[in-house]
Design a protein around this ligand. Structure first.
Ligand code: AMP
Ligand code: ZN
Length: 487
């Protein structure tokens, strides 16, 4: 079984495609954790491309590290939609809404767990939208998947891949010869590495929980194995089966999830199905960690920068740019200067757009250079360099070449979730409400001073506007103003 099935998990062989499909679809290559190398992406069905990414546990605010997989896989989602068509890509990103930490928080506040999960899920979705992440097709929740979870556990028990013991149901790791393939660990390594005391009802130290009794005041559901609640790993397998169907094309998440979470998902998903040849996911993608001050950013370490605070301080596009400045598989060092850098980079692109607003608008697809970068395992850093090259052409070229560069710059940047605003609105982004009112007042006062031929007053006002980085455009119908680009 092992040799046959392991080939299957490395991905299915491409089915014969028509010549046009091949030309259109062949170029995307993705680093697959299972294969440990880049592989050409071939979906099972180009009209129904499926992707699943493990989402947050909603018990408090997400930190900027949690946003990294969301934004990285959003780029992939956008690229797939561009290639296969918007309706052809089905993306599920789950929400874990049953968890010890949620229970603790609900108990602290003396409210039902749904109060906690609704509150933080609403904030999470709004903040991720500010970062330009498209809503996934499905956002399944554990609490809404309980029947599917119980059904899957039942099948695993019936097949001998799981067993009930003392109110728990455990996955029988020894029943799955390929257990450990994704993370590259053997069952023997896992015994040696087992640090925690192994529960006496486990047949093997690596066996993991599918169902467990609920503690007092925890949410509880009836089941054939006793009242209780699901383990974490089975949630994802059941949600994938319910929302997308197995096998899926791409499974993503942070690289902390490779073991045990994804290893366990894979084992359950494969064993719950007839004949081990169905597979679970044909490509496994994992993002590197976002670090902050020598350590990975994590709630348990307490070194977190919250997305909810950042979106109040900087434009969502700048935060998105900062997250995509490095390759998604590499570690990313977070710092305040990263957003400043991102803002400057975007100023440059928006500046090129603003200085060319009179140029003829052409409807062109994204530039081939940007597509090539993104299709090379989502090389966003290279894609950004290509955007600068296009902006350079917009600044220096003339006529048709300039118009083409501008159209390609817009299409390429928008494919990545950038340049979504009017340039004037972008440059206004740093101006708060009070300052805006002050500028409006100064512009009006200047008109009055000039009408009264009070040139000294008009000069003083102009100096103040200059200090605020404001440029006033006089016209027959009055005066408008805009924020100049920072120099
Ligand atoms: P959690 O809410 O901790 O379960 O994490 C939600 C998602 O964020 C998972 O895909 C994690 O792998 C990912 N994640 C958590 N912390 C970081 C980090 N510091 N850098 C990158 N990804 C992270
Ligand atoms: Zn998961």
């Amino acid at each position: 079984m092992a040799s046959r099935s392991s080939e299957m998990y490395m991905g299915r062989k491409p089915s014969p495609a028509t010549v046009t499909q091949r030309q259109r679809f062949m170029t995307l290559s993705l680093f697959d954790t299972m294969a440990r190398e880049k592989r050409t992406f071939v979906p099972q069905n180009p009209e129904r491309v499926t992707i699943y990414v493990c989402g947050p546990t909603v018990y408090n605010y997400a930190h900027i590290g949690n946003a990294r997989p969301v934004v990285a896989f959003d780029v992939l989602f956008r690229l797939l939609r561009h290639t296969y068509g918007e309706d052809a890509v089905i993306y599920a990103a789950n929400v874990t809404d049953v968890d010890d930490k949620i229970n603790r928080k609900a108990a602290e506040e003396g409210v039902d767990i749904s109060v906690i999960t609704e509150r933080y899920l609403t904030i999470y979705n709004a903040d991720m939208a500010t970062l330009g992440a498209l809503p996934p097709t499905f956002q399944p929740r554990a609490t809404e998947t309980i029947e599917a979870i119980k059904d899957m556990i039942g099948r695993l028990v019936a097949k001998g891949s799981a067993y009930a013991a003392e109110g728990h149901v455990l996955f029988n790791t020894q029943s799955f010869a390929d257990y450990g393939k994704l993370s590259g660990r053997s069952l023997d390594d896992m015994i040696a590495g087992a640090r925690v005391e192994v529960a006496p009802y486990k047949r093997h130290p690596a066996d993991f929980v599918l169902w467990k009794p609920s503690k007092q005041d925890e949410p509880v559901w009836d089941s054939p194995w006793g009242a209780g609640r699901p383990g974490w790993h089975i949630e994802c397998s059941a949600m994938i089966e319910q929302t997308l169907g197995l096998p899926i094309d791409i499974h993503g998440g942070g690289n902390d999830l490779i073991f045990p979470h994804h290893e366990n998902e894979l084992a359950q998903g494969v064993c719950a199905h007839d004949g081990h040849d169905v597979g679970y996911s044909n490509y496994w993608l994992h993002n590197g960690f976002l670090n902050f001050g020598d350590e990975k950013m994590s709630k348990s370490l307490g070194n977190v920068v919250l997305v909810h605070d950042l979106v109040a301080q900087a434009p969502g596009e700048a935060i998105r740019w900062a997250l995509l400045i490095g390759h998604y598989r590499q570690p990313l060092e977070w710092s305040g200067t990263l957003i400043e850098q991102a803002r400057k980079n975007l100023d440059r692109l928006y500046g090129a757009l603003r200085r060319s607003s009179e140029v003829e608008v052409l409807d062109l697809p994204p530039a081939a250079s940007v597509m090539a970068a993104l299709e090379d395992d989502l090389n966003t850093a290279q894609a950004m360099a290509e955007l600068f090259a296009l902006a350079g052409q917009v600044e220096t070229e003339k006529g048709e070449v300039r118009a083409r560069a501008r159209a390609e710059l817009l299409a390429s940047a928008q494919l990545m979730g950038f340049l979504t605003q009017d340039p004037d609105v972008w440059f206004m982004g740093g101006v708060d409400e009070a300052t805006r009112e002050r500028i409006d007042q100064l512009v009006a006062d200047r008109i009055t001073a000039r009408a009264a031929k009070d040139w000294a007053a008009a000069d003083l006002i102009r100096n103040e506007l200059t200090a605020l980085n404001v440029e006033v455009m006089d016209s027959a119908s009055g005066a408008t103003w805009r924020i100049k680009e920072p120099v």
